[in-house]
Design a protein. Sequence first.
Length: 82
Amino acid sequence: MQTWISLLYLGVIANGLGYWIWAHMLARYPVSRIAPFSLGVPIVGMAAGIIILGESVSMLQWIGAALFMFALLFIVTASLKK
């Protein structure tokens, strides 16, 4: 039963909600302002692993996540200045 609930969640809720939000954002804003946020997907996955599964994260992974978020912040703020 847990397998079916997980499949339902991942297939309908996670993907459905994610694609609905993505399509809604693309309809409202230019692609150049929305596309960089797709780079945050690995960080959300890492956070979900920590919160839901209790996974441990090494210092190198934290540094990588921080660099990733800094790059995303740089891309987004640079595109706002144009």
